[in-house]
Design a protein. Structure first.
Length: 228
């Protein structure tokens, strides 16, 4: 009888997901991010009234951060090409990706909304930042497992030459940026394995994922990491 009474009096804020987010809040954000691509009028109204419509359209968001505020923040952070920016509650990734573009930093976005993260990944591809941006579902109060989506795996004795060739499709990155990126595995078996361990230590990645066309190339790396 008490259980029935408890269920009857339970409100929307009593329904919490395993990750610690109110279900009503999460469903609301998912609905917003799903609708945004077809809501040009809403996007224009929000941009004009919330942050002065000064953010580039490619990085539009549903927050209140202005470009001037963002620039001031970047000055304080002093981010560069060897730095990592973690954007917690990143949503669809607009400001975080803008910051990564402006500074050359690697971006890790974390948000509980699957719809927001899907939009962020699509946006990263669109603006050419997929090679140094990763988005992971998670929240503040719980442990987050960070995934790195490796864009390319090239096992070679000439990593600088391979990096130079990679720059043809990644002109925004220097050779040094490419060789230092945890999302681009270029080098000998030994150097790639060392880079994997370094990335786990530096950025806390829990696991790495590669594309299907890299499976054959990455197999010797996995065997070396496993000690086989």
């Amino acid at each position: 009888m008490n259980e029935i009474a408890d269920e009857a009096t339970a409100g929307p804020l009593d329904d919490v997901t395993d990750s610690g987010v109110f279900r009503a809040v999460l469903d609301g954000y998912d609905a917003v991010y799903d609708a945004l691509p077809n809501s040009r009028v809403f996007t224009e109204i929000w941009a004009t009234n919330a942050y002065g419509a000064d953010f580039p359209d490619d990085f539009a968001h549903i927050g209140f951060l202005t470009v001037d505020e963002g620039r001031h923040l970047l000055q304080l952070l002093r981010l560069g090409g060897n730095d990592v920016l973690v954007d917690v509650a990143c949503g669809a990734g607009g400001p975080g990706l803008w910051a990564a573009q402006q500074t050359g930093a690697t971006l890790i976005g974390v948000d509980p909304s699957a719809a927001g993260l899907a939009a962020a990944r699509q946006r990263a591809e669109h603006v050419g930042l997929a090679s140094r941006a990763t988005f992971q579902q998670g929240t503040f109060g719980r442990d987050v497992e960070l995934q790195a989506l490796v864009q390319r795996v090239i096992v070679t004795d000439d990593p600088r030459g391979a990096a130079e060739r990679a720059r043809e499709s990644l002109p925004e990155l220097s050779v040094e940026d490419i060789l230092a990126s945890p999302y681009l595995w270029i080098g000998t078996l030994e150097s790639i394995c060392e880079g994997v361990f370094a990335a786990r230590e530096c950025w806390g990645f829990s696991y790495f994922t590669v594309f299907d066309d890299s499976i054959e190339t990455v197999t010797p790396v996995v065997n070396r990491l496993a000690g086989t």
